[in-house]
Design a protein. Structure first.
Length: 304
């Protein structure tokens, strides 16, 4: 299972992989009014720009190539350089490798680079990062000598209460902002991350925020929750039961069995927390449990 700490990115990338939502988001961010039938081609790379999280979305619409990143950690000043590397790879994906050797000029979509920031640290409503700021000997007066390669990244703060004129224009973005802020609110009240996400999904479904999205993408919700419980509970059971069985059957085999028991226990914990969100059949299918196992757990203590 993927590491659960990046829950915001998981939700963001899945939510906006839908072209209708993506068009609405683009209109909001660029103050545009492109019609609903505007064609969009998703061009996100399989091996993502930010390898620690799958939250980049590249897409082409009309004459634009937009590379959009959701980012919740501290904004790196190297963003423009990373976008430059990414841009070249996206163009390679869009263009026939032999076409660049043709004599006739190719027409390529103009790139836009946008970062949506929702980290905890202080950050202005918007900020522009420039590739030229990284040049070792850059002087404006000599910018034309040899040609200046420039790349600008627009960073937009989407934390709750920031850039509301943009957020309100996109219902999906508004729901996403609510989701993130509500998870943080539950964590501040003492919830662990997994419980905070679970409760927030319940909250969203109950009040109709991204309701269809969360119901449709049950597997992603489970995926987000699994890692934290799996790791903690498996370690606990591995310590308590793995070593015990190791004395009788050999340490390595005993540790393996203890880990298996930990994973099974973790699955039951996940199932218990998802009962208010999903039906038993869906939970059983996603977690590899039987409906009977899920029904029986109601008669047992969560940590029993």
């Amino acid at each position: 299972m993927s590491v659960n700490r990046e829950y915001k990115s998981t939700v963001f990338a899945t939510l906006f992989h839908d072209t209708d939502r993506l068009l609405t988001l683009y209109n909001a961010l660029t103050d545009s009014d492109l019609p609903e039938d505007t064609p969009i081609e998703i061009a996100t790379l399989d091996d993502v720009l930010f390898t620690d999280r799958r939250n980049d979305i590249a897409f082409v619409l009309e004459d634009r190539l937009v590379i959009l990143i959701e980012h919740q950690s501290t904004i790196s000043e190297n963003m423009p350089l990373r976008f430059l590397i990414y841009l070249a790879r996206v163009y390679e994906k869009l263009i026939d490798s032999k076409a660049v050797y043709m004599r006739k000029r190719l027409r390529i979509p103009k790139p836009d680079f946008i970062v949506l920031y929702n980290g905890n640290g202080p950050f202005p409503d918007t900020k522009t990062l420039k590739l030229s700021d990284a040049y070792m000997e850059y002087q404006e007066a000599n910018a034309g000598l040899g040609g200046l390669l420039e790349l600008e990244v627009r960073v937009v703060n989407i934390n709750l209460g920031r850039n509301e004129d943009i957020v309100k224009r996109c219902e999906a973005l508004q729901g996403y902002v609510y989701f993130v802020s509500k998870v943080r609110s539950h964590q501040a009240a003492g919830y662990g991350l997994a419980d905070a996400v679970t409760q927030t999904v319940r909250d969203c479904i109950n009040i109709g925020v991204l309701e269809d999205f969360f119901k449709l993408h049950a597997s992603e919700v489970i995926n987000m929750l699994t890692a934290e419980w799996n790791i903690d509970i498996a370690r606990e059971v591995w310590t308590e039961e793995g070593r015990e069985e190791g004395r009788e059957e050999g340490l390595e085999e005993g540790m393996e069995k203890g880990m298996e028991k930990g994973m099974e226990k973790a699955k039951l914990e996940i199932a218990r927390n998802l009962r208010d969100i999903l039906d038993i059949q869906t939970i059983a299918q996603r977690l590899g449990l039987t409906a009977a196992e899920i029904a029986e757990m109601d008669n047992a203590e969560p940590n029993g």
